[in-house]
Design a protein around this ligand. Structure first.
Ligand code: 0O2
Length: 260
């Protein structure tokens, strides 16, 4: 959606005003049921900008929910424990735009920020993370744009998750909009660690004391070991043998092929 010429200042004001006092780290989970629609509270320009991301998120959420339910139906348990979609709040968009030096202009935000719509998929086991990533990106209308495999290569603080940026077409009344969505896949143990680390990070305003930093790094190692033990147990119960790294490497290679 092109940004009408000469309206950049208006758009910047719309975003900054809407950012309001919401903490930049707190993103909105999108409502269902009877909750009020937060888009209605925003200026028409900003609501229009965010609406397409909400629809993209709806599309991906539906796909993941279908996978979750189908796999649960076909087996005794689903590899997907739960999913949590979220749309970045205006405050979070503004904070990130400032951090990456992106002008507060809709066209620039569209081009530079691909995590405005995001979904977290929590799985039981590490192998499930890769299985679900493969199932989702194999779908014809899902285009894989980027992979960051922090499971294979954890961040220095111990953070582990598989991050994908996928693009999904959203069919509007007058056009088809390709919408990027960030998909974060992780195990329950990875999620437990990341949630706590995120809380501590914001509590100390990004300046975590050294001893907590070390404790978090040690806890990340514990979470990694727990994932490895649970994977072994799971494979033994299923009669699959102890080899676990093969699937991850194989799926990772398949995912990278899909980028080409
Ligand atoms: P939110 O509210 O979770 O969306 P950037 O987005 O610029 O920070 P980049 O390279 O675009 O970084 O994205 P990357 O590395 O794929 O990770 C972005 C998101 O992954 C973060 O989003 C977090 O959700 C999660 N993440 C990445 N690293 C860490 C970490 O060390 N600890 C925790 N707890 N989460 C992490 P946002 O934007 O921070 O916020």
């Amino acid at each position: 959606m092109p940004c009408p010429a000469g309206t950049d200042t208006t758009l910047e004001i719309a975003i900054v005003n809407a950012a309001g006092p919401t903490p930049a780290g707190a993103d909105a989970t999108f409502p269902g049921g009877d909750e009020p629609d937060p888009l209605r509270e925003l200026s028409p320009e900003l609501a229009d900008f965010l609406m397409v991301y909400k629809f993209g998120l709806d599309e991906i959420s539906t796909k993941v929910t279908i996978l979750k339910e189908e796999l649960a139906f076909r087996s005794t348990s689903s590899p997907i424990e739960h999913i949590s979609p979220r749309l970045k709040t205006p405050a979070s968009i503004v904070a990130k735009a400032r951090r990456i030096d992106c002008p507060l202009v809709f066209d620039e935000l569209r081009a530079q920020m691909r995590d405005i719509a995001g979904i977290r998929i929590i799985c039981g086991f590490v192998s499930d993370v890769y299985t679900v990533a493969e199932m989702l990106t194999r779908q014809r209308d899902v285009r894989l744009l980027q992979i960051k495999d922090y499971v294979a290569e954890p961040k220095t603080n111990g953070y582990r998750s598989l991050h994908l940026i996928v693009e999904i077409p959203v069919f509007l009344s007058d056009r088809v909009a390709p919408v990027p969505v960030e998909v974060q896949l992780r195990t329950v143990a990875m999620d437990f660690w990341a949630s706590l680390e995120h809380k501590i990070y914001y509590k100390y305003d990004h300046d975590v004391p050294a001893h907590l930093h070390d404790e978090l790094a040690a806890a990340a190692q514990d979470a990694l070991r727990l994932d490895q033990r649970m994977e072994l147990l799971y494979r033994e119960v299923r009669g699959l043998g102890p080899e676990t790294s093969g699937l991850a490497a194989e799926v990772s290679a398949q995912l990278r092929d899909r980028l080409r």
